[in-house]
Design a protein around this ligand. Structure first.
Ligand SMILES: Nc1ncnc2c1ncn2[C@@H]1O[C@H](COP(=O)(O)OP(=O)(O)OP(=O)(O)O)[C@@H](O)[C@H]1O
Length: 251
């Protein structure tokens, strides 16, 4: 589905992405972890076209999308949740989602052709249900909790019906209980939308319990890739990133 081939990104003398080759199969749920500065966000920025790789290729369903502009990459089917719920502070949650659904329908329907209003309302209801946000649907976006704003960000990205969805620390800034809820929702969305999902997350326990496959980055390079069990027991990861105590604690 999505393939990174020998991706390199340099900022002056710093190699932020160091020969990264990764495959994200259709329908998979993958996590990218690594210490601060490991190059996780830089990797996402190249996939979405916000940064152009120094070398290497990015392929979506075998099509080379390296160097395309962000808007073109969104049209190809790669979505990303940005912190944009706050851009619509005076809209209700329902209105914000409906606006995103409308924008997507406009972009995908041929110019000038009508699209049924009913359709938009139905799709908006469906998204509210998937997100579990029915009870805050009529609340003003700018006034809902931080966790709900992050969820709305995910919903706005989902409204574009991406084939691949990228989430950069979806549970950041939340309390422990809310973090688990957020990841449970992410898992549910992934299952129901039949998409390829890739998320960055610092909380190793959340990653172990949520992802099917984990890719560990260090100094811009892939240190290890594997299932949660494989990563838990991977000597290089234990040594370099997790620390023996952490693994024993969480095993
Ligand atoms: N636009 C830029 N110009 C110069 N250096 C950059 C730029 N963006 C990122 N870097 C550097 O590249 C390296 C990787 O940064 P990146 O933000 O991708 O790491 P990260 O793994 O996402 O970190 P964090 O977990 O702290 O978000 C860092 O050393 C960072 O300072």
């Amino acid at each position: 589905m999505l393939r990174l081939e020998h991706l390199v990104k340099r900022f002056g003398g710093l190699t932020a992405t160091d020969d990264v080759s990764l495959n994200f199969p259709a329908g998979s749920l993958s996590a990218i972890i690594g210490p601060n500065g490991a190059g996780k966000t830089t990797l996402f920025n190249q996939i979405t076209g916000h940064l152009v790789p120094t070398s290497g290729r990015i392929r979506l369903e075998n099509e080379d999308i390296t160097g395309l502009k962000p808007a073109a990459i969104v049209r190809k089917g790669i979505g990303r949740a940005f912190q944009i719920a706050s851009i619509f502070p005076s809209m209700t949650v329902r209105e914000a989602l409906a606006a995103a659904v409308t924008a997507h329908r406009r972009a995908t329907f041929s110019l000038g052709s009508a699209f049924p209003r009913r359709d938009i309302a139905d799709r908006t209801d469906e998204l509210l249900g998937l997100l579990g946000m029915e009870d805050v649907a009529e609340r003003i976006s700018g006034q809902i909790s931080h966790g709900d704003q992050k969820l709305l960000d995910v919903g706005l990205a989902l409204a574009l019906e991406p084939k691949v969805l990228l989430l950069d620390e979806p549970a950041a800034g939340m309390g422990p209980e809310e973090r688990w809820q957020m990841m449970a929702t992410v898992q549910r969305l992934w299952k129901s939308a039949n998409m390829t999902l890739i998320f960055i997350e610092h909380d190793i326990e959340l990653v172990f319990r949520t992802a099917e496959v984990i890719h560990v980055l260090r100094y811009g390079a892939v240190l290890a890739s594997g299932t949660p069990d494989e990563i838990r027991g991977h000597p290089d990861v234990i040594e370099a990133y997790l620390g023996r105590e952490t693994v024993e604690e969480t095993a």
